[in-house]
Ligand binder design. Structure first.
Ligand code: ADP
Length: 203
């Protein structure tokens, strides 16, 4: 099963991906996590990505597409994967289509978590508070300024990715404002429904 989760920062992609890993036994490929690992390890990619990530901007398509192309070649991705945080631009979506076409392994589902942008800031603030309470390290881009930039990047560059999949009838939208368990249920329903009947949301 090859699944993409779309939605703005704070929409709950990571939360749902974690659950899907457990239920479907496929890996979560989070470009954010992969890039943070590269930054922590001080690799050439990490050095290039560090500042732009901390400011809330997008890392170049070239770097991110390269990371994903390598990652989906790994053995654990053979049976499928959940992409979280990728594609984030139409160029990335086109590159992914080309990669999967060459492997004859099309996407099974593109699911957007639809959320009201007004609540996203509060969700991030909650994540920061929980991280601090548990003694963890707060992400450098989980602050008000960087979050504004992340949201702006989402509106400008990532929202068109939803249109890209909508135009080819591959986009399915769930209500990301519902409680976590309800969102999970909506996703499960979509994944078990015949793929010939995509649920489409009017923009
Ligand atoms: P969020 O929780 O905001 O969705 P992620 O953990 O997915 O954030 O990503 C954190 C940062 O990593 C992004 O703000 C961006 O700088 C970089 N990044 C992650 N995925 C991509 C991508 N597909 N293209 C470009 N930059 C990316």
């Amino acid at each position: 099963m090859r699944i993409i989760l779309l939605g703005p920062p704070g929409a709950g992609k990571g939360t749902q991906a974690t659950r899907l890993i457990a239920t479907h036994g496929i890996p979560q490929l989070s470009t954010g996590d992969m890039l943070r690992a590269a930054v922590a390890a001080g690799t050439p990619t990490g050095l290039k990505a560090k500042d732009v990530m901390a400011a809330g901007g997008l890392v170049s398509d070239e770097i991110v597409i390269g990371i994903v192309a390598d990652r989906i070649e790994e053995e654990d991705a053979n049976r499928g994967f959940i992409l979280d945080g990728f594609p984030r631009t139409v160029a990335q979506a086109e590159a992914l289509d080309a990669m999967l076409k060459s492997k004859d392994k099309p996407l099974d589902a593109v699911i957007e978590l639809g959320v009201d942008e007004a609540i996203l800031g509060a969700r991030i603030a909650k994540r920061v508070a929980e991280t601090i309470a548990s003694g963890g390290t707060v992400r450098p881009d989980d602050n008000a300024d960087a979050f504004k930039t992340r949201l702006a990047a989402y509106r400008e560059l990532t929202a068109p990715v939803s249109d890209y999949y909508r135009q080819t009838c591959r986009l399915q939208v769930v209500d990301g404002m519902a409680p976590i368990a309800d969102v999970s249920q909506q996703i499960d329903r979509l994944l078990s429904a015949p793929s010939s009947e995509p649920m489409r949301k009017q923009a």
